[in-house]
Design a protein around this ligand. Sequence first.
Ligand SMILES: [Zn+2]
Length: 197
Amino acid sequence: MAELRFYFGTMGSGKSTLALQIHHNLTSSGQNGLLLTLLDRSESAVSSRLGVAQPAIEVHRDLDLVGLAEEVLEEHGSLEYLVCDEAQFYQPRQVDQLAEIVDGLGADVYAFGLLTDFRGVLFAGTQRFLELADRRQELQVEARCWCTRPATHNARLVNGLQVYEGDVVVVGDTDHPGAAVSYELLCRRHWSEGRNR
Ligand SMILES: [Zn+2]
């Protein structure tokens, strides 16, 4: 029975690495599937920080995933799985479409994403995955805050100072032209106190 699986973890918990590994293993075992991503570090590819990359389909906000799956099915005669990286950025309706692909077309979906954004709020895509998934699994590679507690929150730093407001997705910081935007993993206490290193 096909399943919608959602794996979540902080930045650096190996989501892209695991996505690539699953895609590789399934392809090697003769299954036909798709690798999907969104706003990845490199153009239309899933890359892991360990340096592996694979071509991937870019999930822009208007992409109809059911239509895409049906096209592949028609062209190749089979579609066994979809591996979805950066799943927190998917539109909620696209997550519904993934559930439809699982139930209607019998393909497995392996989705990987972050839980919360820098404000400490669930990403919209993530919320929908948590609502619909057959399985929800936290990745076990655990990051640590500088105080050595488990790091559960992503802080956004603008020129080294933590901010709690702004666009969820920053492609060049338009509020602070020329500012350096970076992220740091913190425990909840230090995220809410704004105490990065
Ligand atoms: Zn801490």
